[in-house]
Design a protein around this ligand. Sequence first.
Ligand code: ADP
Ligand code: MG
Ligand code: MG
Ligand code: MG
Ligand code: MG
Ligand code: MG
Length: 705
Amino acid sequence: MGLLSLGTPLDWPSARPLAPHVRKHGIEQFLALWNKIKDRRGDILLWGDEIEYIVVAFDDETKNAKLSLRQEEILKVLSQSDHETREAAPGLASQIPTFHPEYGRFMLESTPGSPYGASPKELRGVERNMRLRRQIARSHLKPNELPITLTSFPRLGVTDAPFTEPHFEANGNASRSMFLPDQIINPHARFPTLTANIRKRRGSKVAINMPIFKDVNTPSPFIDPSIPWDRDFFPEDREAKAGAAKPDHIYMDAMGFGMGCCCLQVTFQACSVQEARTVYDQLIPVGPLMLALTAASPAYRGYLADVDCRWNVISAAVDDRTPQERDEKPLPLDGHTPRGGLDRDSIRMQKSRYDSVDSYISQDPLNRKEYNDNPLPVNEELRQHLLDSGVDELLANHLSHLFIRDPLVVFSEMVDQDDNLSTDHFENLQSTNWQTMRFKPPPPGGQIGWRVEFRSMEVQITDFENAAFSVFIVLLTRAILSFGLNFYMPISKVDENMDRAHRRDAVNTEKFFFRKEVYRTRNRHHSRASSAEGQYGDIRSRSASRTGSGRATPINGHSNGAAGADRFGALAENWPPVEDEYAEYSMDELINGKGDEFPGLLTLIYNYLDSLNIDVETRCEMGLYLELVGARANGSLMTTATWIRQFVQSHPEYKKDSVVSQRINYDMIKKLDEIERGVVDAPGFLPAGYARRRTSQETQPELGA
Ligand code: ADP
Ligand code: MG
Ligand code: MG
Ligand code: MG
Ligand code: MG
Ligand code: MG
């Protein structure tokens, strides 16, 4: 979560009429900023990760692992000790990690004290930094509490036993959930307001339905006996029966089910806006692959699901679209109108505000316009204004697409702002469009440059894995830029990959679309296209409308900006049909390579490492990380989701009925903690020797080493 504004949040009836004002000034604020920073250059690569934790409280008597709701107290103690460390050792200030609040009152987020550089030497410090953060968090908890990096808490919202410490009834007015009390929400006014305003705008509670995993004793059809079907506390209680809860699905009815999930995010600084746009685009097709590889959330509300990932859960958990915008019929209940909580006509929106990216934004001539093949509803007035103000079409489309949404939380003290100084209205919409990638302009007046955030990954149990996936993405970004790699394919195929990534054991059973020719060798496109003229028919008529001369591209990561379109445009006329540019690959092929057909992302990274002059030890350490990714991709090591499934299904208390009982959950979290601390090995899940490596590192000096 970003910075928390202070003030009085408006309820939906008061916030709604301000939406056009916030959007208009949001764009003015962007433009004021844009005019100052569009030519900013020369920022160095810096990057940082964000790790989210669930705080678990064990009750060893009842054998229950519950969610501890002490976020506020914990953060207070953490910032106090932070303060003391800074006073005692001012030289170390930049190394002191930062802890942030998150949506769930049982969650913490940590980031490194200052961003890392990209040298391989610095990459070696990442795991230690992550471990230090975990250790600091851990040392500030009660003896029965534990910060655990589990993407979804399997028993959030169960109705057969308490799942929070302390326990509360689910009868809160913000979410009106039948399962989650409002006390699981961060009490800062922003969060309950966000929750209530999503519900009110939508015109009903959110409805999350994840397919249940059908085991041999799971009833079929599965009509969930744990739903209080006949509760009559809020008018919304009737929604489940009226069709919101689908048979054969795990039904969830509150924002907390999604925003209570934990993830691993990585943010990069680019040297210029052009480079940021290149990195943004090239990482778009990588998003679903990393979601599948890091899959870690196979259980919800006490049941095993038939999906392995959180993404669609969060997507539905904050889906504020009206039935009309979603193109769905409202539930047959009073108060459920097609327009939800709106009194104006609304446009069709294909996706939730938490969803995959909808458009490529780079001006690189490799970005053929055919790749942007998703419907892209935009705010036409704002789009035109951006164009009239000199913003190029791709960026204008991107922004005016984000700005089809309404601001959900408006603080009464913040309505009128100086658009030259503030970016608050811009950030209001920017930061509540939760997509797989985020393009982040430099904040006003600061030292920070253009950044791109990679947001699809699920958090892993150990910091070894979290470091491995972070380092993988950082090195891939470096390889993309130094070799000028080209991962473009139609963005609708990226969305298809998102769907596939969710499926149970997608890594081993699904194929994923990816571009065949990833090297930026335009002359190859050229010769191939001309030799295939007969086969492709009149290529000219199908290709992009750009024109220019046709020189071969140097292998050079820094993108060409607007001028590039002229320099390389003619080649576009010889490009093959888009459908010939991609193929379907297994995850193993995509990561580890497929003979001469596809190099594999790891090969690209190793080539990049070979181009650097690095010492053996660093190379070895990087190798451990990259091997983990390779092993997860070829199935020789299982994903976290598979480990969780296997643990549940082989537990003596498991009745083959998809139920994750209190005791199974308790034993599982204890076990995951032992694995994380290296007390036990986890064969088939982590590399042999993980435990030894983990325990030997325990004794190393932690801070400032
Ligand atoms: P948000 O929650 O809005 O995504 P956070 O502040 O929690 O943002 O995390 C941002 C991440 O970006 C952190 O890991 C931080 O170290 C990193 N970071 C900070 N400054 C820079 C920078 N100039 N370039 C790249 N990354 C940065
Ligand atoms: Mg976060
Ligand atoms: Mg954050
Ligand atoms: Mg955030
Ligand atoms: Mg973030
Ligand atoms: Mg989708």
